[in-house]
Design a protein around this ligand. Sequence first.
Ligand SMILES: Nc1ncnc2c1ncn2[C@@H]1O[C@H](COP(=O)(O)OP(=O)(O)OP(=O)(O)O)[C@@H](O)[C@H]1O
Length: 385
Amino acid sequence: MTDDERPLLSVRDLQVRFPVTTDRGKGVVHAVAGIDFDIHRGRTVSLVGESGSGKSTVANALMHLVEPSAGTVLLDGRDITSVRGKELKALRRRIAMVFQDPFASLDPRQHVSRAVEEPLEVHGLGGDRAGRRRRVAELFELVGLSGRFLDRYPHELSGGQRQRVSIARALAGEPDLIILDEATASLDVSVQAQIMNLLNRLQGELGLTYLFIAHDLAVVEHMSDHVLVMYLGRLMEDGDVQDVFDAPAHPYTKALLASAPAANPVAERRRRTAPLEGEVPSPLHPPSGCVFRTRCPWAADECAGTVPVPVPPPPHRSAGPQPGHGGRGPAVREHVAACIRLPEVRASSGTGTPSPEAPPTGAHSATTPAGATRSAPWDAGAPDP
Ligand SMILES: Nc1ncnc2c1ncn2[C@@H]1O[C@H](COP(=O)(O)OP(=O)(O)OP(=O)(O)O)[C@@H](O)[C@H]1O
């Protein structure tokens, strides 16, 4: 494998278990129950799934904020599964994280410039104090904040401005990978679009690689090259974003897309699929076999006895000749779904009653040529600074 082909991040059989104590005694939550994925340089891979599916735990395991219980994580070919001490400090430079709540990384008692200067100091970057101050000002400019914000306190900035500071902080160590955990979720729609456009611009300019975690499927579709669909700690479907959104193969993905709010263009395209019903089962006692079977309209007896492995879905009747055709650059992995009833699902509609599936309604605008900046179609105009 050449350096160009080698994934920046390669995750194999990642598992995270949390011992918990409940009224009924001790138990173990398999927050991440053995997942595989790759992220290639310059690309955006998204993790989607309902609350509690394990998305943040994956991110936290990559950052070593929680320890993986099993599995292997390679960063640029190097095993980072169980790093300690100096290696962990170096890793925290190579992987940066932006959280939903920018207050988490901003000290209310310090000027916001300190939040950006701190990683420079920790990693010995930017030279002396004056050099670091110059670098902080450059980073502010890069994220669209003028120098007048340097000596403000977090509460003096809007939510969007604070998130720009968090992004500048994440960029300070010149990381290989930036994990964006619901980074736009708490922002107003117009500010959300500005931050997405900023992230896309920075990716185009700096060749950044993102792991993007989000609930909003329209945002995921707009931001991603590749999407990973998680449920109860397992990957249900994995593929190029266009393949997965236009022709979802797994019953969970189909229902998740159909459950997006009515105004969301994603739901509109899948309107003939039944939305998700029922609650996510307790992670302490997940169903045997396929963990989605208790909510799945296609579930059959054999689903209880077989843990499905990811396999390519049968061709969709309106699918193009090439899998992975929608991403920027070459396909990174084929489209796969973990379901033993994929042919039956493909042949029928969302209710489980055999009927033709609604075809996808036209192209979407999530993808652009390699390196190009994508602009959110719902961008409301002027930036917030
Ligand atoms: N420290 C912990 N101790 C025990 N259980 C935990 C811990 N952290 C997470 N969990 C459990 O692990 C499972 C996955 O949680 P996680 O936060 O990763 O899901 P998520 O998909 O990111 O959800 P959300 O979208 O709500 O953030 C949940 O059942 C959660 O309750």
